[in-house]
Design a binder for this molecule. Structure first.
Ligand code: FA5
Length: 344
């Protein structure tokens, strides 16, 4: 056979192969055709046997021809195979009667707990004023929770905080104030910290929980006085409750501050006209505060002749209840999704 004859035959073989492939209805037919034409013993390969009949200079041409035909058949098979796959997919989708207009499935997604959110908001306000975050243990020594804070042993002031005792002079801290002394003992003044955390008391009603959360604030510097405390707390109240929020300081008593104050905000519910939530007074108490008692500075190894300080302690639940108009503290701890979802 001459090269021309082989070429002509290969052309017609390719035509036949392409016709067959175009007609293939499924992938098993395609596989059979691939074997028939391109397999080791297939029809295209068979032409290589004519190689020895050709003069040596013609042989590379035959090789190239066979490869060319093989390549064209291969790409035709690939093309038809893809078409068959697509047609199958379309048929599948039709058979499944997939309704693309149905709403998708929304995956269950958690959200920040309202107390966590309120804590973070309080932290952000003080962090933006240059305060740092300090922490202390929840299981605390009597010394840090009471004695170093100027509550003498057996003093009636201890009754203000009904305490859950552990063993060997340890207890569950009743407030975050022990972090004041721990911080003073660890860092030299000036000090400017807030200490958020969980605290415990033997308390249980709609506004009091046995487990609750406070944020302590402590600022120690030279020459501080009550007006500095007032300025910072006013900024704090305005950042949380709105920029026109007014505050007032009322005399109070804590063993670890002198003077001590309770801080009220003008009622955010009635605009001071008087309502159930402010008990018709126009004011709502939000926190306790005062100038750090010299005895507490001494317990923290800080000289009260040189340094002075102010401190405050705010209940996170109380703030969250005010911000969201919640009247029962227990809602925060019941993990009822109908309640929690409202804070997403
Ligand atoms: C104290 O705990 C002081 N350590 C605060 C303080 C710090 C004063 C620094 C001065 C200087 P008090 O017992 O008032 O104070 O508690 C502070 C806040 O914690 C209260 O205003 C209230 O919002 C919250 N609180 C107290 N007991 C409970 C409770 N059982 N459940 C929820 N919140 C509570």
């Amino acid at each position: 056979m001459s090269t021309e004859t082989v070429w002509a035959k290969l052309q017609s073989l390719m035509g036949a192969a392409i016709d067959d492939i175009n007609k293939a209805a499924d992938s098993s037919i395609l596989t059979a055709l691939e074997k028939k034409y391109l397999g080791k013993k297939g029809e295209v390969q068979a032409y290589m046997q004519h190689m020895k009949e050709l003069p040596p200079e013609e042989r590379p041409k035959l090789g190239a021809l066979v490869n060319d035909v093989r390549g064209k058949i291969e790409s035709k098979i690939a093309e038809v195979s893809k078409n068959i796959e697509n047609a199958k997919l379309v048929a599948d989708l039709k058979n499944r009667r997939l309704d693309l207009s149905l709403p998708g499935r929304i995956p269950a997604c958690g959200a920040e707990h309202p107390l966590q959110k309120t804590q973070r908001e309080i932290e952000d306000i003080f962090l933006s004023m240059g305060f740092e975050i300090a922490r202390g243990p929840q299981g605390e020594w009597d010394y840090f929770n009471f004695e170093a804070l100027n509550f003498p042993e057996d003093h009636p002031a201890r009754d203000m905080q009904d305490t859950l005792m552990l063993e060997n002079g340890a207890l569950l801290r009743t407030h975050t104030s022990p972090v004041q002394v721990r911080t003073m003992l660890s860092y030299a003044p000036p000090i400017r910290i807030i200490a958020p955390g969980t605290v415990y008391r033997r308390d249980d009603d709609v506004t009091h929980s046995p487990v609750f959360h406070q944020v302590e604030g402590l600022h120690i510097e030279k020459g501080l006085n009550l007006t500095h405390l007032r300025g910072i707390l006013e900024l704090f109240a305005q950042s949380l409750f709105g920029k026109n929020t007014k505050i007032r300081l009322r005399p109070s008593f804590f063993p670890f501050t002198e003077p001590s104050v309770e801080v009220d905000i003008a009622c955010i519910f009635c605009g001071q006209k008087g309502c159930r939530l402010c008990k018709q007074t126009g004011w709502i108490e939000i926190l306790g505060a005062g100038m750090v008692d010299p005895n507490v500075l001494k317990a923290g190894h800080i000289d009260p002749e040189i340094w002075s300080g102010w401190a405050f302690g705010v209940g996170i639940e109380r703030v969250a209840m005010l911000l969201h108009g919640i009247s029962d503290i227990r809602l925060f701890f019941e993990s009822d999704l109908r309640f929690l979802r409202q804070f997403r």
